[in-house]
Write a protein that binds this ligand. Structure first.
Ligand SMILES: [Ca+2]
Length: 369
């Protein structure tokens, strides 16, 4: 079997590639009171600040129109890289920090749940969240693997991909429904196209990267939805599962490979996502929940690490094309630096990972249609 030819070191390195591609992302700060005055927000007249969406009955919150601070400054990313023990430049895609104007929009208060997704599946016959085909995973990882200078044989790649797919199986739906007891957990294992299909069915759309970041951190440039300082008690991150602080990338990798990944797959899957809205103290300035952690969230935009250097300053919709879509907010299996509201992660759109979920937005102009 090919698996026997893959050394432990090789497995770990390939796994690292997979982990990195499944998640890529930073910090903001400053005097919040001053920034609130600098970036006044305008709620459209006559619109309710909260609604229940007609189709999927999701609670939605009105995000006011106005500018906000998007991304991070050079000093902020350098500080974060030092604090978390990251390679210099890892957070560079968050720069330059810039002001962005976003029109008012409604956003789901919570991540889309398994129960909501099941209604969509039942009504449309759409496929249930499932383990991606091996060919899809290989296609998604190909560009990353090609960057490796050391030669990696096809059999080694195949063995690693097979192992990765095997670990995803506990999240796959069976007999047309979600894993037992997880109705109110975020749906995961959905790819970007699945998220798009749900949004279309619900009469909504996926948020742009800018809309997502504004809903997560407000206008004042804070690092997390609740403020500037990492606080593992306010969100579902790897620290909840590890039952200990993971203050550096090295600490989180050691926990991931030496402890968590040694558990049988179905043991791991028991303790991952949590019911949406479990962390009230972690809600954003607009009272949007789980914008840090729990499920990673697909955004509409293509990903470009240089996008902030040329993006429009009003209602940016991402690059015209690309090979990966944006995922935001970090998830249950990552440490605090990846849950920062500025962290820019990317992922092949055709592959849904075990942390990958989403939420939807609604243009205010569509409210009464
Ligand atoms: Ca989330």
């Amino acid at each position: 079997m090919a698996a026997f030819f893959v050394s432990d070191t090789m497995k770990k390195r390939l796994s690292s590639i997979i982990i990195v591609i499944f998640v890529f992302g930073s910090c903001g700060g400053g005097n919040q009171q001053v920034e609130q005055e600098r970036f006044p927000q305008r709620y459209p007249k006559g619109l309710p600040k909260k609604i229940i969406a007609k189709k999927d009955k999701a609670e939605m919150i009105l995000i006011p129109a106005g500018e906000f601070l998007m991304g991070s400054t050079q000093q902020e990313i350098r500080d974060a890289e030092v604090k978390w023990g990251l390679k210099e430049g890892l957070l560079a895609p968050e720069t330059p920090q810039h002001t962005v104007y976003v029109d008012a929009f409604y956003i789901d208060k919570y991540e889309v749940t398994n129960a909501q997704y099941k209604r969509f599946v039942d009504e449309t016959g759409y496929r249930v969240p499932t383990v991606p085909a091996k060919e899809e995973v290989i296609a998604a990882l190909k560009s990353e693997l090609e960057k490796e200078t050391e030669k990696i044989s096809d059999s080694q790649i195949n063995a690693t991909i097979q192992e990765h797919i095997r670990t995803l199986s506990p999240w796959a739906w069976k007999d047309g429904t979600y894993p037992p007891g997880k109705a109110n957990h975020p749906v995961v294992l959905v790819n970007w196209y699945d998220a798009q299909a749900y949004a279309n069915w619900a009469g909504k759309r996926l948020p742009t990267e800018a809309e997502w970041e504004k809903a997560a951190r407000g206008a004042d440039g804070r690092f997390y939805p609740w403020g500037d300082n990492w606080d593992a008690t306010r969100c579902n991150s790897a620290e909840r599962i590890a039952l200990k602080a993971l203050p550096t990338l090295q600490a989180s990798l050691e926990w991931f490979y030496d402890e968590w990944q040694t558990l049988p797959p179905f043991e791991r899957a028991k303790n991952t996502t949590v019911p949406v809205g479990s962390y009230r103290q972690g809600r954003s300035p607009y009272s949007v929940h789980d914008m840090a952690g729990n499920a990673f969230e697909w955004c509409a935009d293509w990903y470009d690490e240089d996008y902030y250097s040329y993006s429009p300053r009003r209602n940016p919709h991402g690059p015209k094309n690309g090979s990966a879509r944006v995922l935001r907010g970090g998830s249950w299996n990552y440490p605090g630096f990846k849950l920062r509201s500025t962290y820019r992660n990317r992922h092949a759109p055709q592959v849904g990972g075990s942390p990958n979920g989403f939420r939807c937005v609604l243009d205010v102009s569509l409210l009464n249609r």
